[in-house]
Design a protein around this ligand. Structure first.
Ligand code: IMP
Length: 429
């Protein structure tokens, strides 16, 4: 039985929530493997609306949720989210949620540094979520981070805090921000420890057992390929690898365990935060896409930047992300537009490119090369079969498949779970 990894193929917010929810209902275990509470999606189940940032979506469907070692865990945010969803009636217990004992913790000093640095960058700011994601990953590779398992060792916590504060207070002072005091941090961590530790375990072992027992595992990516720290629009990226290969390293399974890689892309394109966005629209069409698509961040509440579908970009995401099938979402937002543009490459200083070059200035200067496609007058909203779609909408989807060099295996036509055209079940691959 194949496992499935779901990753975003643009800059995030592709509508992963609905697709992941649908797949979670067919999986036994849902695993988060990177990112932290910078992610966010809304799940509507019956009368309840759940807003999840850190918890794997499968919990909503009563499936075992696993937070892998590749995730950065803010214990305050984790416990607040658990309390919030419990108040909505969800069971979150050590039986339904497991957290890798070797996952990295985000402390208040990480958020403080994230925000102080963004403020100091002024015009050059990345537009981070300010939740300490970058600084926590920096501490991980610098080998000074506190991990979930350290909560069981007060001496280790005390030693690591010395090391962390030496580094962070120096930086915070230099940035003119408030510094942190060891005892207060230590006391708080020791207070949180008994609430977090019951969830901790070597999740690689559980996943290994699950795999051998033929359980279906869904690896739930956060952010998206163009925010990947290696393959994205660096430095306007998040601080983790978001490609499907990370599902293995970020949860402690081998690459062969990852299974089918499903990429999610909107039928147009959005971005939050700063950074290059060649097909961005600054006109009425951009506003229309934003209004119709309700393009506001789940975590930040910020209005998302909107533009045409960039097939060159998604093709790149398909290649580096190992995407085998694409779930195309929000096709209905394009309903009624007479003409549609699709980015097929870039013009930079007289040269043309089929991919986005890596250089920061080249990316900023990239002018999209468009192919114009005819729009459709009918509605695609709520369509559940190809027969329900206007002919031009089908042509649009087919052209996207050709350009990005990946099949559309799932088409989502409204926020409703059942308004989906399934071409191929990724779990059956
Ligand atoms: P960070 O992950 O908070 O460091 O933010 C780095 C960049 O990633 C910023 O441009 C954020 O807007 C973006 N980002 C982080 N998480 C998400 C997400 O879940 N959706 C979309 N963009 C995100």
């Amino acid at each position: 039985m194949a496992n499935v990894a779901v990753i975003g193929a643009q800059w995030g917010d592709e509508g992963k929530g609905k697709v992941v929810d649908w797949l979670a209902s067919r999986a036994d275990i849902v695993v988060r493997f990177q990112g932290g509470h910078n992610a966010g999606h809304t799940l509507v189940v019956g009368e309840q609306t759940y807003k999840l940032s850190l918890l794997p979506s499968g919990l909503v469907r009563g499936k075992l949720g696993v937070i892998g070692n590749g995730v950065v865990v803010d214990p305050e945010a984790l416990l607040a989210e658990i309390d919030r969803v419990r108040a909505q009636g969800l069971q979150v217990t050590p039986e339904t949620l497991r957290i890798a004992e070797n996952a990295i913790l985000i402390l208040p000093l990480h958020g403080a540094l994230d925000r102080a640095r963004e403020a100091a960058r002024g015009e050059q700011k990345i537009g981070t979520t300010g939740r300490g994601i970058g600084p926590a990953y920096e501490d991980k590779v610098a080998r000074r981070a506190i991990r979930v398992c350290d909560l069981a060792e007060p001496e280790t916590l005390a030693e690591k805090l010395d090391d962390l504060l030496l580094h962070h207070n120096t930086l915070l002072k230099g940035l003119g921000a408030d510094t942190f005091e060891k005892q207060a941090l230590l006391d708080r961590l020791l207070e949180l420890a008994p609430r977090v530790l019951p969830f901790a375990e070597p999740v690689w072992e559980r996943l290994d057992e699950a795999r051998r027992a033929g359980r279906r595992i869904l690896f739930e990516g956060a952010q998206a390929v163009m925010l990947d720290v290696d393959h994205g629009t660096y430095p306007y990226v998040t601080s983790s690898n978001t490609v499907a290969a990370t599902a293995a390293a970020g949860s402690g399974v081998g690459p062969a365990a990852v299974g089918f890689v499903l990429g999610i892309a909107k039928a147009y394109c959005t971005r939050v935060g700063a950074g290059p966005f060649p097909t961005e629209l600054h006109d009425g069409v951009g506003t229309l896409l934003g209004d119709r698509g309700h393009e506001f961040g789940t975590v930040t509440g910020r209005r998302r930047r909107c533009g045409w579908f960039d097939a060159a970009l998604v093709r790149q995401a398909v290649k580096v992300g190992g995407i085998q099938g694409l779930a195309l979402t929000k096709l209905d937002v394009l309903d009624g537009l007479a003409e549609l543009q699709v980015g097929v490459g870039y013009r930079i200083g007289g040269e043309t490119f089929r991919r986005l070059p890596a250089g920061m200035r080249a990316q900023a200067a990239a002018e999209p090369i468009y192919e114009t496609l005819e729009g459709w007058s009918g509605s695609t909203r709520g369509a559940r079969s190809w027969a329900d779609l206007p002919a031009q909408a089908i042509k649009y989807v087919r052209r996207i498949e050709e350009l990005v060099e990946a099949p559309v295996t799932l088409l989502s036509t409204s926020p409703e779970r059942d308004d989906t055209i399934l071409v191929r079940d990724p779990f059956e691959d």
